[in-house]
Write a protein that binds this ligand. Structure first.
Ligand code: AMP
Length: 271
């Protein structure tokens, strides 16, 4: 596993490889990330993982400052996993040489779900993914369905602009079905138990949706129940079509999307 600390060494070392799978991360490596790496390994000859906490996609300084970062631990896990050829850990200037603001603008119809609640977040994500793709030039990028809206927007942008294919990967969960996330490192055992109960409730809501005439009224009442029962703040609880992210009136091809705050940590999931 070669560690690439800047673009000069990256360009030199990656030049001969034309079947490269790329797994972009912000560190805080967990089994969700490893599943992406595993898939890249199956589909591509070489796998490169990046670790870069992109400050430009944080709409809140406190969130950025508290984001779990432990490079030493991450590298230890990646090395032990033995499936990674390269780890790219760029500095801010490797990515943002030109100091221009992100030129990427979200379409009005995309200002939904997290885009509605985290102003500028996806503009930052799309901009960094555009830059990383240009630098790494991979054949395939592996991204998790846990961050479904991110996957949807990045895939749309990159596949229009580059030859690179964006491959969706299933959400990995812990034994209580809580979606793995670097942010879970900020939760204690009792928070994680609450998250597990919230998952159970969401699975039940999804199951019962078929019987409901008015889905949005039903979800509104379930949102209130979740808020009261678990004392959480909920940004959204919505059923949307997985192909175009429009509000769904039936369960077919749809996912239930949630974003909520537990112990001041913002968690997202979809099922
Ligand atoms: P992050 O480090 O949180 O930016 O995530 C890097 C990549 O890992 C993104 O494509 C995420 O969607 C993906 N990812 C994060 N958590 C999971 C999970 N529990 N299962 C599958 N993929 C995940």
């Amino acid at each position: 596993m070669k560690i690439l600390l800047n673009n000069t060494s990256l360009f030199k070392i990656l030049r001969p490889f034309n079947d490269l799978g790329f797994v972009p991360t912000m560190g805080g490596i967990h089994k969700g990330h490893l599943s992406l790496i595993n898939k890249s390994n199956k589909f591509c000859k070489k796998t490169i993982v990046s670790i870069f906490v992109n400050p430009k996609q944080f709409d809140n300084k406190m969130d950025l400052n508290s984001y779990p970062q432990n490079i030493k631990k991450d590298l230890k896990i990646l090395k032990k996993y033995k499936k990674i050829d390269f780890v790219y850990m760029p500095k801010f200037n490797d990515i943002y040489k030109d100091k221009n603001k992100p030129k990427i603008k979200l379409h009005k119809k995309d200002k939904i779900l997290c885009a509605k609640f985290r102003k500028g977040h996806f503009e930052g994500v799309l901009d960094v993914m555009d830059k990383l793709t240009k630098i790494v030039n991979p054949q395939k990028i592996f991204m998790g369905e846990k961050d479904y809206q991110q996957l949807y927007l990045v895939k749309k942008l990159l596949e229009r602009k580059y030859k690179t294919k964006v491959i969706p990967c299933k959400t990995i969960r812990n034994k209580n079905n809580v979606a793995l996330s670097s942010r879970n490192f900020l939760l204690n055992k009792s928070n994680l138990n609450i998250a597990a109960n919230i998952y159970k409730k969401l699975a039940n809501i999804k199951k019962n949706i078929t019987k409901k005439k008015n889905i949005s009224d039903f979800l509104e009442s379930q949102k209130k129940e979740l808020k009261n029962n678990y004392k959480i703040k909920i940004d959204y609880l919505e059923l949307r079509n997985e192909n175009n992210l429009k509000i769904s009136r039936s369960k077919k091809n749809s996912r239930l999307f949630i974003a909520y705050y537990l112990n001041n940590v913002r968690l997202i999931d979809n099922l």
